[in-house]
Design a protein around this ligand. Sequence first.
Ligand code: BG6
Length: 501
Amino acid sequence: MKKFPKNFIFSTSTCSYQIEGGRLLGGRTHSNWDKFTIDNYYIPPAGEAKREIASIDVAADYYHRYEQDAVIMKEIGVNGFVYNMDWSRIFPHNENDVNEEGIQFYENAFKALVENGVKPIPILYHWDSPLWLEKLGGSSSPAFVKAFRNLAKVLFERLGKYTDIWYVSDENSSYTTSAYLDDYNPPQKNDEKEFWKAIYYLSISGAVAKEEFDKAKQKGFIAKDALLGIDHDWCPAIPYDKNDKDDLKACDIFNEYNLHLYLDPNILGEFPNCFWEAIKKFKLENIINQAELKQLKENTLDLIGWNYYRPAIIASPKRLKQDIKWHNDPAFFITKDAWIVFPTTEKYTAWKWLIKPEYLSIGGMDLQNRYHKPLMILENGLGYFDVKNNNGIVEDNYRIDYLNDHLKEVQLAIENGVNFIGYSLWTYCDIFSPSGGYRKKYGLVGVNFEDKTLSRYPKASMYWYKDVINKLDTIDSKSIDYQKYIKQAQESFKTKKSLWK
Ligand code: BG6
């Protein structure tokens, strides 16, 4: 297997409401996620792989620790950090009045990253709208597009000099399905009409951001060759029975609703059929504006960020009548013509996320064949219950295995001709996870949430990643030297006191 190219981006990703804290500091006001976590606070019994909705008031306190975190990233050796800037910190009251202190925070954080050899890779929107915007209608309203234009303009102009890769949004798909089609996440609309409206306005926002991106380039705020992408969490579809024509048809339906619906508008410049059918079905023709469709066509985006955690096993509705053992109830996905199912024969994480690294290279090829754009993995990681050893670090061999297996698939895809320009793993440090709170650990770097000090500590996986980045190569699964990484983490924890505080 060939090594990764020298300019390959090895990065880590995280997200503002999941680590930043500083909720009401520096002129910030509350977002929908602040309200949601306050209103729905719930801590299940310890040790259960369940949803925990804890306070995000302080989270991992990146707000005060960004300098330390940038130095830790240097220690890992990453050359990228994917992060979204919190809208409510930049525009705390309305769409026009910029909060200088908020912008300054991100400017300081970006500077600290650059000084440590890490390229900031910003995402404009990761699910968290300011409450003032929710009151104006949020993502399912034209108010969103208008306010988003100004957010994009201000961020491109103020922070454009620090980077040449940007993304408009993170996972419009899990955002809209869990917050508009369901009430799992804020703003908990649970309304199919609002769901389709949100798809429309989020897509138009992507095009509007591209207009502002081009203007910022012309004005010299952003490098001429900078890229603006969109991030999506497609789960490649696997037919429950690959010889069954109904299951195969269900996969096509799933892909139209899970992939084409979210990427076609901003990459190909047009909505797929399922969108137009829904517009007709819900009598939403009045939201469609021809000038906006033209904008979409003329402002397609440059690259695709892909959050790959798992594929989806898809069954036709007929399976629901059959006596098959599923892990939990099969879940329908937007349409009842295609169902995601969880056969007990498969391998899952504690939170029942299917583990199948091979679909990263298979799906990468599918994405390239359809969209012909550069790709970057923006999220891939393992949420698990980590336990510290007696030396205060985590021996997360299971995470090393998971990440190494997935990175190998990135390499394989590159060998097969897929244009992967980078890999950003989820996450840099432990976070507040929407499906597991602070108990579901993802980080290469641990955070002491439990004793409330929020001090950082290394995990063995951090030193595995460092090794991969140094060698530009993954490690043969049989020869992973777990002890070496455990020792390096322990040594670092013992001797580099200023890092681990
Ligand atoms: C992605 C989100 O959907 O998955 C992240 O962009 C999230 O915000 C990640 O943390 C993992 O999901 P979870 O629920 O396990 O934290």
